[in-house]
Design a protein around this ligand. Structure first.
Ligand code: C2O
Ligand code: CU
Length: 490
């Protein structure tokens, strides 16, 4: 199949796209916050309707694209509320299939978590459901379906949920970029090969068209001396981003909605696995009239230019501001290392999984209850990823771990596969303690941790939210292939 961008293997650039598209007259969506924004009114009631729609992902002369979306926009409306607010979301399903809404990263009551059959009856076509919860944490979150996510999210059902701090840090602009990756055909329609077995057993459905807030980006106009709080959200099924901001050194101030000590990453790049969020302080250090390119360099030989920072001719100020960047911590309970109970979790399966397990000295018989002899059989059933030897068939299953409420836990995770996995736990945030036995510099709180092939990661949490919670890989094709489990907090 011919893909828009993959015709040249070396450079999946929007510039190539623009070679064949009109090169002028593109309206930049990024000068202001995108127009789909909805501020919850004083009653903090938001209506969301899921349906099919059309949207312009790629510029003329390409067609617009049939999508599935909330309130006729991709992304769905940005919901902004204040920390401590109670929000009601009146959801109306006008799709032809069942769905749910999951509030990714939000610590809320189990019944509001939006997992079909596990926490609620799926919302049937034509039915409604009322989600209602308190926003106890400030930060950058997002919402998406949890039913057949590999297709529902992949067709455009997602939006951002921003919980504002009561006293936000001072910035000139607060900007959200919802990153997504689409597999478009030459017609600009979405390729129908959702759940493709090759995608499932490799790195998931990586597409050929990257959008920011639902449009293939051109540039964002900035001003010399300006300070932007940039909220990055990776809504892609499978694509991992590693953003390079050229001469800028973005300061990371929050991960997955949770504040972190402001710091610059080792190489100044920002890595986001699927579902992850990073809040940045971006000081505009370029000179008036200059241009700077933000590129994504994660996949070797497939680097591309994401968006240009276009400096206006006049500076906002002559020096970058020295305003404080540190956010107030959310009310998370600190896990105790002394009394923590330790559990181990092992991820196996996928293409070349046998080889990695052998290399890591892991006995395949014990790691996969079905035995590797039947790998082909499992592939046939499209179950090819395992957590502690089990490939999930659906959202309802016996818990892989049962945790006692309010106790501290350390979970030692091993990625015994040849692929990256963003591992997500519902209903809780956890501290990432170490990677390959080396302590993390900031013991960052996250709800989704990206594990590299063969990597070992230790996390710690207090199991303070009762219920059955999903624990899964957020590469949605891996999830479909069995890479999920349930953790019960009693
Ligand atoms: Cu973002 Cu289980 O999901
Ligand atoms: Cu995975």
């Amino acid at each position: 199949m011919q893909r828009i961008f993959n015709t040249r293997r070396d450079h999946m650039s929007r510039r190539n796209f623009l070679v064949t598209a009109a090169t002028t007259g593109l309206v930049s969506l990024f000068d202001t916050k995108y127009s789909g924004s909805v501020i919850a009114d004083s009653h903090r009631v938001v209506s969301l309707k899921a349906s099919t729609g059309r949207t312009r992902l790629v510029p003329e002369p390409y067609n617009d694209t049939h999508v599935w979306c909330y309130n006729q926009t991709v992304p769905g409306p940005e919901i902004r509320i204040q920390q401590g607010d109670r929000i009601r979301i009146e959801f109306d399903n006008q799709l032809d299939e069942e769905t749910t809404i999951h509030w990714h990263g939000v610590r809320l009551p189990n019944a509001m978590d939006g997992v079909p059959h596990l926490t609620q009856k799926p919302v049937a076509p034509g039915e409604r459901f009322l989600y209602e919860f308190d926003a106890i944490d400030a930060g950058t979150f997002w919402y998406h379906p949890h039913q057949r996510g590999f297709e529902q999210v992949g067709r455009g059902l997602y939006g951002s949920l921003i919980v504002e701090e009561p006293n936000p840090i001072q910035v000139d602009r607060d900007v959200t970029w919802m990153l997504d990756d689409w597999r478009l055909e030459q017609s600009a329609e979405i390729s129908n090969d959702f759940g493709d077995a090759h995608d499932m057993s490799h790195n998931g459905r990586v597409g050929n068209t990257v959008t920011i807030n639902g449009r293939m980006p051109d540039d964002i106009t900035v001003q010399s001396g300006e300070r932007i709080r940039l909220r990055l959200i990776n809504a892609a099924n499978a694509r991992i981003f590693e953003l390079d901001f050229a001469d800028h050194s973005p300061v990371i101030i929050a991960l997955d909605g949770q504040p972190v000590k402001p710091h610059v990453s080792e190489n100044s790049r920002i890595v986001l696995g699927p579902a992850m969020r990073v809040d940045l302080i971006l000081d505009m250090v370029g000179s008036p009239g200059s241009r700077s390119v933000v590129s994504d360099v994660f996949y070797k030989d497939l680097e591309y230019q994401l968006i240009d920072l276009l400096y206006a001719d006049t500076a906002l100020r002559s020096e970058v501001p020295d305003w404080p960047m540190e956010l107030t911590p959310n009310p998370l309970i600190e896990p105790s290392g002394l009394t923590a109970i330790v559990h181990e979790i092992q991820f196996t399966g996928g293409m070349m999984g046998n080889m990695v397990m052998q290399q890591m000295g892991i006995d395949s018989g014990s790691a996969q209850s079905s035995g590797m002899g039947s790998m082909m059989g499992m592939m046939h059933k499209k179950k090819m990823w395992f957590i502690n030897g089990v490939a999930a068939e659906g959202h309802v299953m016996d818990p892989m771990l049962t945790l006692e409420r309010d106790r501290s836990y350390i979970i030692k995770m091993t990625n015994a596969t040849a692929w990256h996995h963003p591992i997500h736990l519902h209903g809780h945030s956890f501290r990432v303690l170490s990677r390959n036995w080396v302590s993390t510099p900031h013991l960052e709180w996250q709800d989704t941790v990206l594990m590299s092939p063969r990597e070992k990661v230790e996390i710690a949490l207090v199991a303070d939210n009762p219920g059955d919670w999903m624990f899964h890989c957020h590469v949605l094709e891996h999830m479909l292939g069995g890479m999920m489990g349930v953790i019960r907090v009693t």
